[in-house]
Design a protein around this ligand. Sequence first.
Ligand code: BES
Ligand code: ZN
Ligand code: ZN
Length: 499
Amino acid sequence: MNIEVSKGLIVTEQTDLLVVTALEGATKLSGTAAEVNELLDGALFEAMNEDQYKASVGATYVFRTGGVLPAKRVLVIGMGKKKEIDVEHVRVAGAHVASAAKRVGAETVVLGPIGTEFDLDPAACAQACVEGMMLGSYRFDGYKKAPEKEPTEVQDVRILVDDGKLTRPIKKGIELGTLLARGTMMARDLVNTPAGDMHPEALVKMAKEIAKGNPRISCKVYDKAALEKMGAGGILGVGQGSDHPPYMVHLTYTPEKATKKSVALVGKAVTFDSGGLSLKPAQYMETMKVDMGGSAAVLGAFSVLSEVAPKVKVHGIIAPVENMPSGKAVRPGDVLTAMNGKTVEVLNTDAEGRLTLMDALSYAEKQEPQAIIDLATLTGACVVALGEEITGLMSNNDALAEKVLSAAKQSGENVWRLPLEKSYNKLLKSPVADLKNIGGRYGGALTAGLFLQNFVEKTPWVHLDIAGPAFSERDVNAYTKRGAAGTGVRMLLTYLKSL
Ligand code: BES
Ligand code: ZN
Ligand code: ZN
């Protein structure tokens, strides 16, 4: 899909599909839709009404022009009610435009200027529209012998502007939207790939490939022997039951203009979570290839980072491990020593993510960043608390939390803050070690967050529990279908770009 912006008049465009917008509950068409309708002698609006088209968000209406206009068809895309309109509606609309275009076999699509008529920022709208179109068209069918034949793919999309001043910002919006979508799709691919193929070595290879040939990104890999030297007892302990050895990977992005400012992104990278000796029931294990979703977000972001080009140094830290039961596996009751010297009594081997993250976070803090953001499919309890579509955020720093929440809002990701409730620290006390790896029966997302806080001593830090949204058994919205969502990539990149 090639997406461009150019100056032109929508009514004279020769294209397979001309896209115009409509508002729900409006008594007449406005903007380019009104222009098109006029040239069609009012036939478009008449047909829409006759067919009781309502213009709710993402609803489409296709009208054949019969040669009256140079465009073959007009596609009306619903934007919902005027006072509810926001950039997220544009993202959803973008996805519906792409699928409608496919449905009618359109190879070329022309869009009128988006946003200006709704008082939204045209660049942000172009960006969101591109994200919606690309993410909505995402498929993962590489494992099928005969993937379903897709109707014609849209080849060329052009966004038209009448005001030349908008060309540049819209072009920037298209570029950013393309990068954010590409990073998100990369994360989706990594998560959707079965754990038998996406094992720790495979994840390490992906990280190396991202750095390869990119002068702005370097990649350091710590193998088992190196982890032993560093005293990364958590990563080693979780990894010891698997035939795949554990690793830690440190990617570094250095911006063109030298700066002392840096941010560390840490992602949970359990390539498969069987639960270990505290084995999961079969049903809960079915989707546990998702458990490297945090690292997929970090790698997805890194895959486009030098093009998004934030002005800060970025560390990406992941510890790929597989959590398996075996004669070598860590046992309930074993005590592991983290890289920072704290000891942890492992009472449930299925609470493994925090054991790998305790080392990854200690390592991240040693890089002396101004902020640490970790992403982890950490607890089922977070899914119980917030449902399947909302990420839980916990933080030791209000200013950083606000920045991440605002980046999430902009990128259309659903995030809600939960408390790091000090008084619950008592639930993590162990009679034999400094900590135990599980809290009580309730508030599991919070005790997991509190556990991690023990390994961030002085740095502003945000923890994102993405256990709910990272993978979904059913479609979430028009641009996030069943499967991996690529959760976190867009909000991370939006946050970094804002610095
Ligand atoms: N990987 C799981 C959490 C998870 C659940 C991710 C659902 C995605 C979807 C995590 O390692 C885990 O098993 N957590 C346990 C912790 C418990 C043993 C304290 C949980 O949430 O049940
Ligand atoms: Zn687990
Ligand atoms: Zn896990």
